[in-house]
Design a protein. Structure first.
Length: 133
C-alpha cells in the first residue's frame, strides 16, 4: 500500500509542479505586457508630439535620449533626420506640395529604412486617395 501511495504522491507532485510552472510563465508574460504598455504610455505621446512638430529631440532629457526603446528608435531617428534636413515627415508635408513630390519624399524615406513596408504602403495609399479626391 505504501508503494501505491508514493506513486500517486509523485504523480500529484509532478502535476502540481507543472501547474506552478505554467502559472510562473503567465506571471512573467503579464509582467512583460505591463512593461510594454508602460513604455507605450510614455513614448507614444512624446513621439507623436515630435512628429507633429510640437516638440524636438533636443527637448528630451539626456536620460530619455539614452533610453529610447528599440521599437521607437526608428521613428525618433526619422524625426531627427527630417528636422536636420529641413524636410517634412511623410503625412506631415505641406498641403501645397504636389503629390509627386510627397510620393518621392515618402519613397526616399522608405529606401533609407526610416519607414517600414507597412507604413510605406499605408501612407502611399493615403496620398493617392487624397490626390484622387
Amino acid at each position: 500500500m505504501g508503494l501505491i501511495h508514493s506513486r500517486a504522491a509523485k504523480k500529484r507532485n509532478k502535476a502540481e509542479a507543472k501547474l506552478l510552472g505554467e502559472q510562473r510563465k503567465q506571471v512573467k508574460a503579464d509582467a512583460a505586457a505591463d512593461k510594454q504598455d508602460a513604455l507605450a504610455a510614455k513614448w507614444e505621446p512624446i513621439i507623436a508630439a515630435m512628429e507633429a512638430g510640437e516638440r524636438s529631440y533636443d527637448d528630451l532629457s539626456l536620460a530619455d535620449k539614452m533610453s529610447v526603446p528599440l521599437r521607437y528608435s526608428r521613428r525618433v531617428m526619422a524625426v531627427r533626420k527630417a528636422a536636420k534636413n529641413g524636410t517634412p515627415l511623410p503625412g506631415a508635408a505641406a498641403p501645397e506640395a504636389d503629390i509627386t513630390t510627397r510620393l518621392h519624399a515618402l519613397a526616399a524615406l522608405h529606401e533609407q529604412g526610416l519607414v517600414t513596408d507597412e507604413e510605406f504602403a499605408a501612407r502611399r495609399t493615403a496620398l493617392l486617395d487624397e490626390a484622387t479626391s
